[in-house]
Design a protein around this ligand. Structure first.
Ligand code: 0O2
Length: 213
């Protein structure tokens, strides 16, 4: 392995462990509800480590010299976890549990659901600091946690692809279409939540299982 690859490996390793820790904590939130037979608000969880080329591109975009040291100091989302829920209320339920955890600390919160971005983007973002035990001792590593509904995730995934297809310069006619789609996402989330409230608690057939293995 050449020295550049070894440097990246050593740089990314704590982020990988922080991501593993974070996934475990989120899984505990999910399983606790599941095992106790109460309502489980998490639909699915995705995690990713930002790729080296994407790390350097983001630093350059921010006008920062692309070095590993600067990535550690200036990027908050080298490690990222995305929690996808069915309903907006579920996001706030999970968010509360994340905020109350004592095994990681929340450094920053951005609520793009209460305050969507001008393009219509909605999600809840946290920057959490997760302690990771390494050979050299405990290191606090930042992880970005995003919470979205299924509908918000559908919109953001497509917008992200379009954003990169047009090299970050989405034509105005598509921007307008995406904005209208974002409004439809808000409406769909409100409607679905209304239907859920109308019928009361949704039973999941998996609740019959005593313990998921
Ligand atoms: P990628 O390719 O997903 O990694 P900061 O990280 O705080 O220094 P930033 O990146 O502006 O500054 O913070 P913010 O607003 O919390 O956004 C972080 C991530 O949220 C982005 O990472 C995206 O994943 C997602 N995001 C934010 N805004 C949008 C948006 O308008 N559309 C979509 N689809 N996703 C968004 P990256 O590195 O930009 O992208």
């Amino acid at each position: 392995m050449n020295s550049e690859m070894a440097q990246w490996r050593d740089f990314l390793m704590p982020y990988k462990f922080a991501l593993d820790e974070c996934k475990l904590k989120i899984n505990m939130i999910k399983e606790e509800a599941f095992i106790s037979g109460s309502y489980h608000p998490i639909e699915h969880v995705k995690a990713r480590i930002k790729q080296p080329d994407s790390i350097f591109r983001k630093l350059k975009r921010k006008g920062i010299e692309p070095t590993l040291m600067n990535a550690a100091d200036h990027l908050q989302d080298v490690a990222g976890v995305r929690i996808v829920c069915s309903f907006v209320k579920d996001i706030y339920l999970v968010a509360q549990q994340i905020e109350e955890r004592t095994d990681m600390s929340i450094l920053e919160k951005k609520d793009y659901i209460q305050n969507p971005k001008p393009n219509g983007y909605q999600s809840m973002h946290y920057i959490a600091e997760v302690p990771v035990t390494l050979k050299q001792g405990v290191k606090k590593v930042k992880v970005e946690i995003q919470l979205r509904t299924l509908a918000m995730d559908f919109w953001a995934s497509l917008e992200h692809k379009i954003f990169y297809k047009f090299e970050r310069e989405i034509p105005d006619y598509l921007k307008q279409d995406l904005y209208e789609a974002a409004m439809a996402v808000q409406l769909l989330d409100q409607k679905m939540e209304h239907i859920r409230d109308e019928i009361g608690t949704i039973e999941d057939s998996r609740d019959q299982i005593l313990m998921p293995l």
